[in-house]
Design a protein. Structure first.
Length: 458
């Protein structure tokens, strides 16, 4: 990064609202040094049309990107579902090598950056060799995610996943799950290895932890797992009705009720999906300060259900957005899908708008704040002292012409797409220029090689 790098924007979204002629000066460490509005363009400054804070992608399973488009045929089951998709996923991952995982993860991170995300929160559970034998270095696969991050330059919050059981009855993991399997001792060693692997990365990268779900982790182990790091704690929760039924039968409470009664959820925690909540659960979990990690495209793809966003936000809840299965990495489409799902359910329009904020503005603000919290990252706004995570939209795009303020966000999210994203900085690293990642050719070539070797798996 140029030590004197300054970005000048005709319009920018600042914490206090929209401002004109904004100069943002970046410090050598990748943080924002100064922000000035109504400023003349400094000599040598990069000029952009519309400057926004760049959000966090709060939930990703990178390897699933290579399955995109391969699971749309009906299998032998008369009714395809999340659970039949899951069996295909298990079959697929059993073939993946560490080198392939690295190539896939680099492509995913590149596509996140080109879509407008500055940070990848990787919910990483593919740990071992096929059959479940650990690698010589238990954190080999975590190190491959780190290596991909060195290539792409994206900000990273790495969440190694503890995954011990095949269900609430504590049955052993099935054949497709053995590459995930950890007991508490193995997982503690894996966390140590992941921490070592992260050391070469820039200081904005973080380590958190992820007990996979109530189905896969003994409830009495949750506290010890969370204590392995001071970073964020993420967990899948209440994604499918079958999961709710299994938890209720085994633990005597619905998943969210059990978490509220036994985990003392707080701002350090992010619960993923939460598409199967009752109103009292939605309101109580929202008031806890925990983040709901929403993945609207994946939740639509897998038929998970619809998150109750109006009730959650009205109760003060915080949301983050993730691309999960990475079937399609599309930031504007995630937000559009979230709002449109509410409209279809409630048969209304502008469901998440308020008297003071348009739909796009409310969604964008909520995603920025919740994503930064979920990643444990000092970002989410263009403000001095925070990491310089920023995206520039194409101010000359036909769908943004003659528009200003919140209408820009509404037009980007509901009339446009991520092709409007022209520039991306992650902690000051200028990684997307004129709409393309700076290492696109090399990353794409490595991914093509990995896919040739995986041809025909499904």
């Amino acid at each position: 990064m140029n030590h004197s790098q300054t970005i000048w924007a005709a319009q920018a979204l600042l914490p206090e609202g929209w401002a004109q002629a904004v100069a943002v000066t970046l410090a050598p460490d990748g943080r924002i040094a100064r922000v000035a509005s109504d400023a003349a363009p400094p000599p040598g400054a990069q000029r952009v049309g519309i400057l926004l804070p760049a959000p966090v992608n709060a939930h990703s399973h990178a390897f699933q990107r290579a399955m995109a488009g391969l699971t749309e045929a009906r299998g032998p089951d008369p009714r395809d579902s999340f659970w039949t998709w899951r069996q295909l996923m298990f079959r697929f991952l059993d073939r993946l090598t560490p080198a392939q995982v690295e190539a896939i993860a680099a492509l995913v991170q590149m596509e996140m950056l080109e879509a407008g995300y500055a940070t990848n929160v990787e919910f990483h559970y593919l740990h071992h060799q096929p059959g479940g034998t650990p690698h010589d270095d238990p954190a080999e696969m975590s190190a491959r995610i780190v290596a991909a991050t060195e290539t792409s330059g994206i900000g990273l919050t790495l969440l190694p996943v503890h995954y011990q059981y095949g269900g609430l009855d504590r049955r052993p993991l099935g054949p497709g799950q053995r590459r995930f399997g950890t007991d508490p001792d193995i997982f503690a060693r894996l966390m140590d290895g992941a921490a070592r692997a992260l050391r070469p990365l820039p200081p904005d990268c973080r380590l958190g932890v992820a007990p996979h779900s109530l189905r896969a982790v003994a409830p009495e182990a949750l506290g010890a797992i969370a204590a392995l790091t001071d970073g964020p704690v993420h967990m899948h929760l209440a994604e499918q009705q079958a999961e709710v039924d299994e938890v209720q039968a085994a633990l005597g409470r619905r998943p969210v009720e059990f978490v509220l009664d036994n985990m003392s959820p707080d701002a350090r925690m992010c619960f993923i999906h939460c598409t199967q909540m009752q109103p009292h659960e939605t309101e109580a979990l929202a008031r806890s300060g925990a983040v709901a990690g929403l993945c609207p495209i994946t939740e639509s793809s897998l038929g998970d259900g619809i998150f109750d966003a109006p009730r959650w936000l009205d109760a003060g809840g915080r949301i983050a957005i993730g691309s999960d299965s990475n079937i399609r990495i599309a930031l504007a489409e995630e937000l559009r899908t979230l709002e449109y799902s509410q409209r279809l359910r409630d048969r209304g329009r502008a469901v998440l708008a308020t008297q003071t904020a348009s739909t796009g503005r409310r969604l964008f603000d909520a995603m920025l704040a919740g994503g930064a919290q979920a990643a444990g990252r000092e970002s989410g706004a263009i403000r001095a002292g925070l990491w310089a995570d920023m995206l520039a939209l194409d101010g000359g795009h036909v769908d943004l012409a003659c528009r200003a303020g919140d209408t820009l966000l509404d037009s980007y999210i509901f009339a446009g797409d991520d092709r409007m994203v022209r520039e991306i900085w992650s902690a000051g690293r200028h990684l997307v220029r004129d709409g393309q990642h700076v290492r696109r050719d090399a990353i794409t070539a490595a991914y093509r090689t990995a896919m040739r070797d995986l041809a025909g798996v499904l």
